[in-house]
Design a protein around this ligand. Structure first.
Ligand SMILES: [Ca+2]
Length: 165
């Protein structure tokens, strides 16, 4: 009987230790990655990419990993990242943003057709939008911090896109 008690205690200890380790490894902010994005390529934010003429390339169905608010080359604080792509198919695509918030400061993502007829944006409370892309058309994806201050930490962000219709 005594042995049985100590064995149970051992199991409880082992369980609490493994739970503790798991909690430590878990990301601090839960981030739901769309299943369709798991096998995608990653496009990296490469400075300078602060307007449409120096936009970084992107391709629908893939991921963007970037950062806003960092001091670049001791020269300027990065407050705009621009990406461009050409739609290869006419289809409905969801663009989803994952980024931190600091108080009332957050990242907004805009999508515009080059001729300005397909404007969509995320908001403080909605981190995605759906858009009907038109084959052959060029689009511009722009990210920038709202209520930005240079005293804030960098906004490390990820963007995903995937076909929904
Ligand atoms: Ca930039």
């Amino acid at each position: 009987m005594k042995k049985l008690v100590s064995t149970s205690l051992g199991i409880v200890l082992a369980l609490s230790i493994s739970t503790g380790a798991f909690a430590q490894d878990a990301p601090q902010v839960s981030e739901e990655i769309p299943a369709a994005a798991l096998n995608s390529l990653i496009y990296y934010d490469t400075e300078p990419n602060n307007n449409i003429t120096e936009a970084n390339p992107y391709s629908v169905g893939n991921q963007i990993t970037g950062s806003l608010g960092e001091l670049i080359n001791n020269d300027y604080y990065d407050v705009r990242d621009v990406y461009k792509f050409t739609a290869h198919k006419t289809e409905k695509v969801r663009f989803q943003l994952s980024a931190p918030k600091y108080g009332n400061s957050y990242v907004r993502m805009n999508l515009e057709g080059i001729d300005n007829d397909a404007h969509e944006k995320t908001t403080e409370t909605r981190n995605y939008f759906d858009v009907d892309l038109v084959a052959g058309k060029e689009y511009e994806l722009m990210l920038f911090p709202v209520n930005y201050s240079t005293s804030l930490p960098a906004f490390k962000y990820n963007v995903y896109s995937y076909v929904i219709e």
